[in-house]
Ligand binder design. Structure first.
Ligand SMILES: NCc1[nH]cc(CCC(=O)O)c1CC(=O)O
Length: 303
Protein backbone atom coordinates (compact mmCIF):
# COMPACT_ATOMS: atom_id res chain seq x y z
CA UNK A 1 0.00 0.00 0.00
CA UNK A 2 1.24 3.46 -0.90
CA UNK A 3 0.87 5.81 2.08
CA UNK A 4 2.69 8.81 0.71
CA UNK A 5 3.87 10.11 -2.71
CA UNK A 6 7.07 12.15 -2.82
CA UNK A 7 7.76 14.20 -5.94
CA UNK A 8 11.33 14.86 -7.00
CA UNK A 9 13.45 15.81 -9.98
CA UNK A 10 15.24 12.92 -11.64
CA UNK A 11 18.90 13.99 -11.32
CA UNK A 12 21.13 11.68 -9.27
CA UNK A 13 21.40 14.37 -6.55
CA UNK A 14 17.64 14.92 -6.45
CA UNK A 15 16.98 11.19 -6.22
CA UNK A 16 19.47 10.83 -3.37
CA UNK A 17 17.78 13.68 -1.52
CA UNK A 18 14.35 12.13 -2.09
CA UNK A 19 15.69 8.85 -0.69
CA UNK A 20 16.91 10.73 2.40
CA UNK A 21 13.43 12.20 2.91
CA UNK A 22 11.81 8.82 2.36
CA UNK A 23 14.13 7.20 4.91
CA UNK A 24 13.39 9.95 7.44
CA UNK A 25 9.62 9.58 6.94
CA UNK A 26 9.82 5.81 7.31
CA UNK A 27 11.89 6.14 10.49
CA UNK A 28 9.53 8.73 11.98
CA UNK A 29 6.30 6.87 11.20
CA UNK A 30 7.34 3.21 11.12
CA UNK A 31 6.50 2.99 7.42
CA UNK A 32 8.20 0.58 5.04
CA UNK A 33 10.23 1.89 2.11
CA UNK A 34 7.77 0.54 -0.42
CA UNK A 35 4.94 2.46 1.24
CA UNK A 36 6.48 5.76 0.11
CA UNK A 37 6.36 6.24 -3.67
CA UNK A 38 8.98 8.36 -5.40
CA UNK A 39 7.44 10.20 -8.36
CA UNK A 40 9.98 11.69 -10.79
CA UNK A 41 8.94 14.99 -12.34
CA UNK A 42 10.89 16.41 -15.26
CA UNK A 43 11.52 20.16 -14.96
CA UNK A 44 12.47 22.93 -17.39
CA UNK A 45 15.83 23.22 -15.68
CA UNK A 46 16.58 19.57 -16.48
CA UNK A 47 15.95 20.10 -20.19
CA UNK A 48 17.98 23.26 -20.68
CA UNK A 49 21.63 22.32 -20.47
CA UNK A 50 23.51 24.73 -22.69
CA UNK A 51 22.54 28.24 -21.65
CA UNK A 52 23.08 30.06 -18.38
CA UNK A 53 19.99 29.59 -16.30
CA UNK A 54 20.00 33.27 -15.46
CA UNK A 55 19.92 33.98 -19.20
CA UNK A 56 16.70 32.08 -19.78
CA UNK A 57 15.22 34.65 -17.48
CA UNK A 58 12.38 32.47 -16.26
CA UNK A 59 12.20 31.73 -12.61
CA UNK A 60 10.88 28.50 -11.20
CA UNK A 61 13.06 26.44 -13.53
CA UNK A 62 13.36 23.64 -11.04
CA UNK A 63 10.10 23.93 -9.22
CA UNK A 64 7.32 24.89 -11.65
CA UNK A 65 6.47 21.34 -12.70
CA UNK A 66 6.82 20.04 -9.14
CA UNK A 67 4.50 22.82 -7.95
CA UNK A 68 1.94 21.82 -10.56
CA UNK A 69 2.14 18.13 -9.61
CA UNK A 70 1.73 19.10 -5.96
CA UNK A 71 -1.20 21.45 -6.54
CA UNK A 72 -2.87 18.91 -8.86
CA UNK A 73 -2.65 16.26 -6.15
CA UNK A 74 -0.35 13.96 -8.15
CA UNK A 75 2.07 13.99 -5.21
CA UNK A 76 1.67 14.66 -1.48
CA UNK A 77 4.97 16.47 -1.05
CA UNK A 78 7.86 17.78 -3.13
CA UNK A 79 11.55 17.42 -2.23
CA UNK A 80 13.87 20.31 -3.13
CA UNK A 81 17.37 21.61 -2.66
CA UNK A 82 16.19 24.65 -0.75
CA UNK A 83 18.72 26.90 -2.47
CA UNK A 84 16.95 26.32 -5.80
CA UNK A 85 13.48 27.15 -4.47
CA UNK A 86 12.08 30.54 -5.53
CA UNK A 87 12.17 33.23 -2.90
CA UNK A 88 8.43 33.85 -3.11
CA UNK A 89 6.31 30.71 -3.10
CA UNK A 90 2.68 30.30 -4.14
CA UNK A 91 0.31 30.86 -1.21
CA UNK A 92 -1.07 27.34 -1.69
CA UNK A 93 2.33 25.74 -1.02
CA UNK A 94 4.34 25.73 2.18
CA UNK A 95 7.65 24.37 3.45
CA UNK A 96 6.76 21.63 5.93
CA UNK A 97 10.25 20.46 6.83
CA UNK A 98 13.95 20.92 6.29
CA UNK A 99 16.30 18.01 6.97
CA UNK A 100 19.34 18.66 9.17
CA UNK A 101 21.67 20.83 7.13
CA UNK A 102 24.81 19.36 5.60
CA UNK A 103 28.17 21.10 5.09
CA UNK A 104 27.19 24.55 3.79
CA UNK A 105 30.51 25.33 2.09
CA UNK A 106 31.50 25.38 -1.55
CA UNK A 107 34.39 23.16 -2.61
CA UNK A 108 37.00 24.25 -5.10
CA UNK A 109 38.04 21.50 -7.45
CA UNK A 110 41.25 22.03 -9.42
CA UNK A 111 43.32 23.94 -6.84
CA UNK A 112 43.89 23.80 -3.09
CA UNK A 113 42.51 27.31 -2.49
CA UNK A 114 41.34 30.40 -4.37
CA UNK A 115 44.80 32.00 -3.91
CA UNK A 116 46.50 28.87 -5.23
CA UNK A 117 44.72 29.05 -8.60
CA UNK A 118 47.26 29.77 -11.36
CA UNK A 119 47.29 33.30 -12.80
CA UNK A 120 44.48 33.78 -15.38
CA UNK A 121 43.06 30.32 -14.62
CA UNK A 122 39.73 29.41 -16.23
CA UNK A 123 37.05 28.58 -13.68
CA UNK A 124 33.74 27.09 -14.79
CA UNK A 125 30.56 28.12 -12.97
CA UNK A 126 27.12 29.41 -13.94
CA UNK A 127 26.41 30.83 -10.52
CA UNK A 128 26.43 34.66 -10.50
CA UNK A 129 27.35 34.51 -6.80
CA UNK A 130 30.36 32.24 -7.28
CA UNK A 131 31.47 34.26 -10.31
CA UNK A 132 31.31 37.58 -8.44
CA UNK A 133 32.97 36.18 -5.32
CA UNK A 134 35.82 34.64 -7.33
CA UNK A 135 36.40 37.80 -9.36
CA UNK A 136 36.41 39.91 -6.21
CA UNK A 137 39.21 37.76 -4.77
CA UNK A 138 40.96 37.12 -8.09
CA UNK A 139 40.18 39.67 -10.84
CA UNK A 140 42.63 37.87 -13.16
CA UNK A 141 40.45 34.74 -13.42
CA UNK A 142 38.38 33.93 -16.49
CA UNK A 143 34.97 32.66 -15.50
CA UNK A 144 33.29 30.46 -18.07
CA UNK A 145 29.75 29.18 -18.21
CA UNK A 146 29.48 25.68 -16.79
CA UNK A 147 26.29 23.71 -16.58
CA UNK A 148 25.03 20.21 -16.10
CA UNK A 149 24.65 18.07 -13.05
CA UNK A 150 27.50 17.39 -10.64
CA UNK A 151 28.91 14.38 -12.53
CA UNK A 152 28.78 16.24 -15.87
CA UNK A 153 30.72 19.15 -14.41
CA UNK A 154 33.36 16.89 -12.91
CA UNK A 155 33.72 15.17 -16.30
CA UNK A 156 34.12 18.53 -18.09
CA UNK A 157 36.79 19.52 -15.58
CA UNK A 158 38.60 16.19 -16.03
CA UNK A 159 38.46 16.73 -19.82
CA UNK A 160 40.31 20.03 -19.38
CA UNK A 161 37.48 22.36 -20.46
CA UNK A 162 38.37 24.51 -17.44
CA UNK A 163 41.13 24.58 -14.82
CA UNK A 164 38.79 24.55 -11.83
CA UNK A 165 35.19 24.62 -10.73
CA UNK A 166 33.16 25.15 -7.57
CA UNK A 167 30.50 22.77 -6.30
CA UNK A 168 28.50 22.63 -3.10
CA UNK A 169 30.05 20.30 -0.53
CA UNK A 170 26.56 19.02 0.31
CA UNK A 171 25.85 17.84 -3.21
CA UNK A 172 29.24 16.17 -3.54
CA UNK A 173 28.82 14.40 -0.20
CA UNK A 174 25.33 13.15 -1.07
CA UNK A 175 26.73 11.67 -4.27
CA UNK A 176 29.52 9.96 -2.35
CA UNK A 177 32.13 12.35 -3.73
CA UNK A 178 33.07 14.13 -0.49
CA UNK A 179 36.77 13.64 -1.15
CA UNK A 180 36.65 15.81 -4.29
CA UNK A 181 38.29 19.25 -4.06
CA UNK A 182 38.94 21.53 -1.10
CA UNK A 183 36.37 23.23 1.13
CA UNK A 184 36.43 27.02 0.97
CA UNK A 185 35.99 28.58 4.42
CA UNK A 186 32.77 30.59 4.79
CA UNK A 187 34.76 33.70 5.69
CA UNK A 188 36.37 33.50 2.24
CA UNK A 189 33.15 32.73 0.34
CA UNK A 190 29.71 32.86 1.91
CA UNK A 191 27.49 30.12 0.50
CA UNK A 192 24.19 30.65 -1.32
CA UNK A 193 21.18 31.21 0.93
CA UNK A 194 19.85 27.78 1.98
CA UNK A 195 22.82 25.88 0.49
CA UNK A 196 23.11 22.41 1.97
CA UNK A 197 19.48 22.22 3.09
CA UNK A 198 16.95 19.74 1.70
CA UNK A 199 13.35 20.95 2.07
CA UNK A 200 9.97 19.30 1.72
CA UNK A 201 6.95 21.27 0.57
CA UNK A 202 3.28 20.33 0.90
CA UNK A 203 -0.03 21.91 -0.10
CA UNK A 204 -0.79 24.63 2.43
CA UNK A 205 -4.28 23.18 2.96
CA UNK A 206 -3.11 19.58 3.44
CA UNK A 207 -2.94 19.22 7.22
CA UNK A 208 -2.31 15.48 7.03
CA UNK A 209 0.77 15.85 4.80
CA UNK A 210 1.92 18.81 6.86
CA UNK A 211 1.83 16.78 10.06
CA UNK A 212 3.48 13.74 8.45
CA UNK A 213 6.32 15.79 6.98
CA UNK A 214 6.57 18.11 9.99
CA UNK A 215 7.69 15.10 12.03
CA UNK A 216 11.03 15.07 10.17
CA UNK A 217 11.70 18.80 10.46
CA UNK A 218 15.00 19.98 11.94
CA UNK A 219 13.94 23.22 13.67
CA UNK A 220 17.45 24.73 13.82
CA UNK A 221 17.98 24.27 10.08
CA UNK A 222 14.48 25.57 9.42
CA UNK A 223 15.08 28.73 11.45
CA UNK A 224 18.32 29.44 9.55
CA UNK A 225 16.68 28.89 6.17
CA UNK A 226 13.81 31.23 7.10
CA UNK A 227 16.32 33.98 7.96
CA UNK A 228 18.39 33.50 4.79
CA UNK A 229 15.29 33.41 2.58
CA UNK A 230 13.82 36.47 4.28
CA UNK A 231 16.99 38.36 3.37
CA UNK A 232 16.54 37.35 -0.27
CA UNK A 233 12.88 38.31 -0.20
CA UNK A 234 13.62 41.76 1.20
CA UNK A 235 16.23 42.23 -1.56
CA UNK A 236 13.76 40.92 -4.17
CA UNK A 237 16.60 38.59 -5.07
CA UNK A 238 16.66 34.92 -6.04
CA UNK A 239 19.12 32.08 -6.58
CA UNK A 240 20.51 33.90 -9.65
CA UNK A 241 21.52 36.95 -7.63
CA UNK A 242 25.10 37.62 -6.49
CA UNK A 243 24.23 37.14 -2.81
CA UNK A 244 25.89 35.01 -0.15
CA UNK A 245 24.15 34.45 3.18
CA UNK A 246 24.57 32.16 6.14
CA UNK A 247 22.66 31.96 9.40
CA UNK A 248 23.59 29.99 12.48
CA UNK A 249 21.69 29.34 15.67
CA UNK A 250 23.16 29.32 19.20
CA UNK A 251 20.46 28.66 21.76
CA UNK A 252 17.69 31.08 20.84
CA UNK A 253 19.98 33.52 19.04
CA UNK A 254 20.20 33.60 15.28
CA UNK A 255 23.26 35.14 13.66
CA UNK A 256 22.91 36.05 10.01
CA UNK A 257 25.81 37.12 7.80
CA UNK A 258 25.41 38.22 4.21
CA UNK A 259 27.26 39.66 1.25
CA UNK A 260 25.97 41.47 -1.83
CA UNK A 261 28.27 41.82 -4.81
CA UNK A 262 28.46 43.63 -8.11
CA UNK A 263 28.28 41.18 -11.00
CA UNK A 264 32.01 41.33 -11.73
CA UNK A 265 32.99 41.48 -8.07
CA UNK A 266 34.40 45.00 -8.39
CA UNK A 267 32.37 46.09 -5.39
CA UNK A 268 30.66 44.37 -2.50
CA UNK A 269 29.12 44.98 0.88
CA UNK A 270 28.98 42.61 3.84
CA UNK A 271 27.23 42.73 7.18
CA UNK A 272 25.67 40.72 9.96
CA UNK A 273 22.81 40.85 12.42
CA UNK A 274 21.70 38.93 15.49
CA UNK A 275 18.18 38.34 16.71
CA UNK A 276 15.62 35.78 17.73
CA UNK A 277 13.22 36.15 14.81
CA UNK A 278 14.43 34.87 11.43
CA UNK A 279 12.19 36.97 9.20
CA UNK A 280 13.10 40.12 11.06
CA UNK A 281 16.83 39.31 10.94
CA UNK A 282 16.65 38.82 7.17
CA UNK A 283 14.67 41.99 6.52
CA UNK A 284 16.81 44.09 8.86
CA UNK A 285 20.10 42.95 7.36
CA UNK A 286 18.80 43.42 3.80
CA UNK A 287 17.82 47.03 4.53
CA UNK A 288 21.10 47.74 6.25
CA UNK A 289 23.17 46.27 3.40
CA UNK A 290 21.20 48.16 0.73
CA UNK A 291 21.77 51.34 2.68
CA UNK A 292 25.54 50.87 2.68
CA UNK A 293 25.89 49.24 -0.76
CA UNK A 294 27.89 51.03 -3.45
CA UNK A 295 25.55 52.11 -6.31
CA UNK A 296 26.85 49.39 -8.66
CA UNK A 297 25.69 46.82 -6.11
CA UNK A 298 22.51 48.57 -5.00
CA UNK A 299 21.12 48.83 -8.50
CA UNK A 300 21.05 45.03 -8.78
CA UNK A 301 18.59 44.83 -5.92
CA UNK A 302 15.15 45.80 -4.87
CA UNK A 303 13.10 48.40 -3.40
N1 LIG B 1 22.12 24.82 -8.24
C1 LIG B 1 22.36 23.41 -8.27
C2 LIG B 1 22.43 22.83 -6.90
N2 LIG B 1 21.39 22.88 -6.05
C3 LIG B 1 21.76 22.30 -4.87
C4 LIG B 1 23.06 21.86 -5.01
C5 LIG B 1 23.84 21.18 -3.97
C6 LIG B 1 23.10 20.68 -2.76
C7 LIG B 1 22.74 21.75 -1.77
O1 LIG B 1 23.24 22.88 -1.77
O2 LIG B 1 21.88 21.41 -0.91
C8 LIG B 1 23.49 22.17 -6.30
C9 LIG B 1 24.80 21.88 -6.92
C10 LIG B 1 25.88 22.85 -6.58
O3 LIG B 1 25.63 24.04 -6.38
O4 LIG B 1 27.04 22.44 -6.54
Amino acid sequence: MIRFRLGTRGSPLALTQAAMVRAALCAAHGWHDEEVATVIIRTTGDRVQDRALAEIGGKALWTKELDRALLDGEIDAAVHSMKDVETVRPAAIRIAATLPRADVRDRLIGAASVEALPRNARVGTSSPRRRAQLLRLRPDLTITLFRGNVETRLAKLAAGEVDATLLAAAGLARLGRDEVGHAIPTDVMLPAPAQGAVGVEVRAADEVAHAAVGAIDDPATHACIVAERALLAALRADCHSPVGALASLAGETLSLRAELLAEDGEAHVTGSVEGTQGRLCGATLAAELLDRAPPVVRRLFAA
